[in-house]
Design a binder for this molecule. Structure first.
Ligand code: FA5
Length: 341
């Protein structure tokens, strides 16, 4: 029986030494050390031996089982360590490897231009004010010297609300709102959304942004020359020092005399190109000396004050600044466009 046990031990040790996975070790444990193992089977024959043989074979059997278990545990540990080493190799972390870049958001190009405009005017002492987008007829039209039957109302296609209010058609309404509460001298700008019942095309949107400016003081203290130099500074700040401006006579009911403002094209420097449609100048907005009827509408005495007002389209300014030839890109939400700024 001793020989039988020895053979089992030798066979077990040989197979254990060749095992190279935890699964194989588990199978060998069942085969050589479990309750149904060959060794347990052989040792069951002890009961037929003499007392002395029982003792001797019993001890020998136990030592053999301990030896087999010991080898199984040793080999199991060895395989586990080997696997850990492999994991270390496979999952090695290189802490010097550059991290992945996160996509960063940024301001919309219109917001960037808006902030640029605000900074330029603030540096010239202007106050930035805001007011409502849904206006009553009085502040959008009447106070701007556009009474109900005045044909000038047709110049700005209006979305009328059922209650008689209007999504403002221009930021000029802020002039009236501000002067109702503040007497000249004043220097303000106001930027915001305006709405017009117009079809979209490359240069028109039904929802766009304007900047309105107003300088007002005692009569005789504000001239077209002051206003021209302020607007010239503004254009230089936005488009570059070499920018020139020009005024052309025009009509807006809330100013008298009225002008249209053009800036020399920042792309071709006045030579003529695609952006300025070959004429060297780009139309930016309107301006003029505040009509005395506007001052009267907000409660001031006629000729007590004089002022200069101007209004530009912010999308148009941004289009020129960045060389964009279609206004619709600003609101299309196309990341391929927005990521370029
Ligand atoms: C006005 O809105 C006047 N309130 C401006 C003004 C203020 C004149 C103070 C005199 C004194 P106008 O309708 O021309 O004027 O619009 C001014 C600017 O807004 C235009 O020059 C243009 O740059 C921009 N604009 C007008 N309509 C659109 C539109 N549909 N889409 C995009 N921009 C527009």
């Amino acid at each position: 029986m001793k020989n039988q046990i020895n053979d089992i031990k030798n066979q077990a040790l040989e197979e254990i030494s060749k095992a190279d996975t935890l699964k194989k070790i588990e199978n060998l444990r069942v085969k050589y050390s479990g309750r149904k193992s060959e060794l347990t089977n052989v040792l069951r024959g002890i009961k037929d031996l003499s007392v002395a043989e029982k003792k001797e074979i019993g001890e020998f059997g136990n030592l053999t089982k301990q030896a087999i278990d010991g080898e199984l545990s040793k080999k199991e540990l060895q395989i586990k360590n080997e696997e850990l080493k492999n994991i270390d190799e496979k999952e090695k972390i290189d802490i010097t490897y550059p991290g992945e870049k996160f996509a960063k958001g940024h301001l919309h190009p219109l917001t960037q231009v808006r902030y640029d405009i605000e900074e330029i005017f603030k540096s010239m002492g202007f106050l930035v004010v805001e007011d409502r987008e849904v206006e009553d007829e009085f502040h959008n039209f009447d106070a701007m010297n556009m009474p109900k039957d005045h044909p000038a109302r047709d110049m700005q296609d209006t979305f009328w609300l059922k209650n008689g209010y209007v999504p403002r058609t221009h930021t000029s309404s802020v002039q009236a709102r501000f002067m109702e509460k503040n007497k000249p001298p004043l220097k303000i700008i106001s930027l915001g959304r305006v709405y017009r019942n117009e079809n979209s095309d490359a240069t028109h949107e039904s929802n766009f942004h304007q900047i309105e400016g107003l300088i007002a003081a005692k009569s005789g203290e504000v001239t077209v020359a002051n206003a021209k130099s302020i607007i010239s500074e503004f254009m230089k700040g936005l488009f570059g020092k070499e920018t020139k401006i020009r005024l052309r006579p025009s009509y807006f009911p809330f100013v008298e005399p009225g002008f249209e403002f053009d800036a020399s094209c920042p792309y071709c420097k006045g030579e003529g190109c695609r952006i300025c449609k070959q004429c060297g100048w780009i139309e930016l907005g309107g301006a003029g000396m505040v009509n005395q009827n506007v001052f009267k509408a907000v409660g001031f005495t006629e000729d007590e004050f004089e002022g200069f007002a101007f209004g530009f389209g912010i999308e148009r300014l941004a289009m020129i600044k960045y060389g964009i030839d279609d206004i619709r890109l600003f609101h299309a939400g196309d990341l391929r466009f927005l990521e370029q700024f």
